[in-house]
Design a protein around this ligand. Structure first.
Ligand SMILES: Cc1ncc(COP(=O)(O)O)c(C=O)c1O
Length: 362
């Protein structure tokens, strides 16, 4: 086909925008997207293979549109890990928690509505808000990236957003917000409160799921299998909320959005959840080791309850990011001046990162 220069009739607000996404570079040590560095065990792989093979025999049929078996397993996992009586009707699943966030904004945001977030935080929140034409209300955290909850509550009352996103533990800064402070924020917010708990399994504070009953009319807790569950490639995110909120999402979800292959693979991965989640303790121990070692090298490290740490200070974060890459270590420049973010890897990967840090600190 002949190539001709022409201007695609893009929506005005998308002109000149760069697509979101970390650089995908092939290097020996990849510590840039907060994945679980341990691949699925042989047992998990065997089970996924068997279940996907079964599902393949019925690929002429559409999948279970309501993903009942998967939602039931997810609810059982949440109930067992938090003690909160979560049921199938409380859970909804989609292709990554990004799709969950998009469905929430499609249902509860949109033109003439607003969503507020405390920044710096997960950069997809404002991007998905923009994609759904929801007005984004950026609200700064303190200079040390912690959240001033009194000030946050005041702003929530003043701005009365239709949705608020609170990421706990926060990405890219790492800290979780204690439950009593979250309770205060949820209580004063008139709109939907989305607590993004993508890193919940790494967090020693209690999950916000315990507040679901108290704030049934507005609280949504989002989770993902991309991090602790070592299932980033499988694309499975989910949420827990009151059944009425889950029902509302049926109005915006695409029919059959979760393929039968995804549902089968996720079910297999979940059945082996206990084994997979054993890696969480290892990663938390490694996080402590990395934090101490970085501090020992003279870096400032932001406290973290997740599987990554934000650290600095670099005169030129971009140049420092390149210095790591030149040493075969891919970390993340998240656009916060003087800081870089590193995901916690295997002990060997962390050693390689720390060796590079020692050279770069000199
Ligand atoms: C805070 C937060 N929420 C949501 C996501 C999206 O994860 P996924 O779409 O893989 O479930 C991420 C991914 O990095 C994240 O950091």
């Amino acid at each position: 086909m002949a190539s001709r220069d022409f201007r695609v009739p893009l929506r005005e607000e998308l002109r000149g925008v760069e697509p979101y996404g970390a650089p995908q570079v092939s290097v020996p040590v990849c510590l840039n997207v907060n994945e679980n560095p341990y691949p699925p065990s042989e047992d998990v792989v065997r089970d996924i293979r068997a279940r996907v093979a079964d599902a393949a025999m019925q690929l002429n049929r559409y999948p279970d549109r309501d993903a009942i078996a998967l939602r039931t397993e997810l609810a059982a996992y949440l109930a067992a890990s938090t003690g909160v009586p979560v049921t199938t009707a409380n859970v909804w699943a989609a292709n990554g928690s990004n799709e969950i966030l998009q469905q929430l904004l499609q249902a509860f945001g949109g033109p003439g509505r607003s969503a507020l977030g405390f920044e710096p935080s997960y950069s997809m929140h404002p991007i998905i808000a923009a994609g759904t034409r929801t007005d984004w209300v950026p609200t700064p955290r303190r200079a040390d990236f912690s959240l001033d909850t009194e000030e946050a509550a005041r702003i929530l009352v003043e701005k009365a957003p239709d949705l608020v996103f609170i990421t706990s533990p926060n990405n890219p800064t790492g800290q979780a917000i204690p439950l009593d402070q979250l309770r205060e924020l949820i209580a004063v917010t008139p709109g939907i409160v989305v607590i993004d708990e993508a890193y919940a399994e790494f967090n020693e504070h209690a999950s916000t799921l315990g507040l679901l009953e108290e704030f049934a009319e507005k609280l949504v807790v989002t989770r993902t299998m991309s991090k602790a569950f070592a299932f980033a490639g499988g694309r499975l995110g989910y949420l827990a909320a009151a059944p009425a909120l889950v029902d509302a999402l049926q109005l915006v979800r695409l029919p059959y959005h979760l393929s039968s292959l995804t549902q089968a693979a996720a079910l297999a991965a979940l059945r082996h959840g206990d084994r997979t989640l054993e890696t969480v303790a290892k990663l938390v121990a490694e996080r402590h080791r990395v934090v101490d070692a970085l501090a020992g090298l003279g870096f400032q490290v932001v406290p973290s309850d997740a599987n990554f740490v934000l650290f600095g200070r670099f005169d030129d974060a971009k140049a420092a990011w390149q210095s790591y890459l030149d040493r075969g270590v891919l970390i993340r420049d998240v656009g916060i001046a003087n800081h870089l973010r590193v995901s916690i890897g295997t002990p060997e990967e962390n050693d390689a990162f720390l060796a590079a840090s020692k050279e770069i600190a000199r």
